[in-house]
Design a protein around this ligand. Structure first.
Ligand code: NAD
Length: 338
């Protein structure tokens, strides 16, 4: 047990990922307590508070921020609310862990970054893939020069099928703002120091072609050229029938690293029909360690008063700039210069 004072955290948004983060704080971190939960949906905060043995629950975020014993917040509301809640929490003097995307416009990204800076609070964003062991080791190998100069990079995200959501309820451009935003951050992070200069994106509704007429997109490929000459590809699909498939690859002048494995474990079944493995089906199973490690790091930086280890607000802005360029490219059917 650490001798440092535990960090008291309030959760804003008690939906799917908020509930998981709340559980991580209460059950998987040793140096943090979940002391309050806020969610405007009637009963949502109270229900989760009951499950996680948290004393205070609110339907109003401002009321939660007035809690006398709160050091930091985790923001897990739908994306369109992130910036306003971030600014509100920072102005109340709370350190902020914000789920991705931190903002939907560059102006809002700047507003969020400026609010955290003005308040002198920490700001970390939920790009959990950086905290996954394979991806962290991949980045370390690149930093150690084992891949040489990066030439080709690739990042794949395929959500597990069957696709059960109602396309009408999926906000427009979600595949870029909320899905590929992870891959944009991953590619920028793996290609550290290089600046993206051109983006070209193609996207379609191949899983739900019936929703194409409403602007729904479930499949996309994005090509990104960098100023160090390297070329990256990010691709996404909402319905991989074989599981939750997250992979990365960096190929360079001296070698290659690959990261990620759809196989759930090394247990391999040899049977009469051949050889098979179980696969990941949920992000919260696949990345349980990464999701926990990112919060542990956030807590450590608050306790030690040192800057967050990343991803920072600026990192989130960089990934957002790629998402916005990809959207513009789909609209114009042409490459977009950055
Ligand atoms: N990093 C990851 O891998 C990952 C995974 C899942 C979701 N997310 C992100 O987390 C965010 C939430 O996703 P989700 O799937 O949990 O959504 P969700 O719809 O399940 O939950 C959102 C919750 O926020 C509440 N809410 C709405 N407005 C609010 C407000 N103004 N203040 C407080 N609470 C409010 C809703 O009532 C709901 O309970 C999204 O931005 C999403 O992209 C990230």
């Amino acid at each position: 047990m650490s001798s440092k004072k535990p960090v008291n955290i309030g959760l804003i948004g008690a939906g799917r990922i908020g509930s998981f983060h709340g559980e991580s704080v209460q059950r998987r971190l040793v140096d943090a307590n979940l002391v309050a939960i806020a969610d405007p949906a009637p009963g949502a905060a109270a229900r989760l508070a009951g499950m996680l043995e948290v004393d205070a629950s609110y339907t109003d975020v401002a009321e939660m921020l007035a809690h006398p014993n709160l050091d930091a917040v985790i923001i897990a509301t739908p994306a369109r609310f992130h910036t306003n809640v971030l600014v509100q929490a920072a102005e109340a003097g709370k350190h902020v862990f914000c789920e991705k995307p931190m903002a939907l416009t560059l102006e809002d990204a700047d507003r969020g970054i400026a609010a955290a800076k003005a308040a002198g609070v920490a700001l970390q964003v939920g790009f959990n893939r950086r905290w996954d062991q394979a991806f962290a080791e991949g980045r370390a190998a690149i930093d150690a020069g084992k891949v040489g100069t990066p030439q080709l990079l690739r990042s794949v995200i395929r959500d597990p099928g069957p696709f059960g959501a109602d396309p009408a309820k999926v906000p427009l451009w979600t595949i870029f703002y909320e899905t590929l935003i992870h891959d944009f951050d991953t590619l920028l992070w793996l290609n550290a120091g290089a600046k993206p200069v051109e983006v070209y994106a193609a996207a379609d509704a191949l899983v739900r072609p019936d929703a194409r007429k409403d602007g729904f997109l479930d499949t996309a490929v994005v090509t990104i050229r960098f100023d160090n000459g390297s070329i990256a590809v990010a691709e996404a699909n909402f319905c991989a029938m074989y599981g939750y498939d997250i992979r990365g690859e960096v190929f360079g002048s001296a070698g290659m690293v690959t990261m990620g494995d759809v196989r759930r474990s090394s247990m391999t079944l040899f049977g009469k029909d051949g050889v098979s493995n179980d696969t990941w089906r949920r992000d919260t199973d696949h990345f349980v360690h990464g999701y926990t490690a990112q919060l542990a790091s956030f807590v450590r930086s608050i306790q030690s008063g040192t800057p967050v280890q990343g991803p920072t607000g600026q990192d989130a802005r960089g990934a957002l700039a790629l998402a916005l360029a990809a959207i513009e490219s789909v609209k114009s059917k042409a490459p977009v210069r950055l």
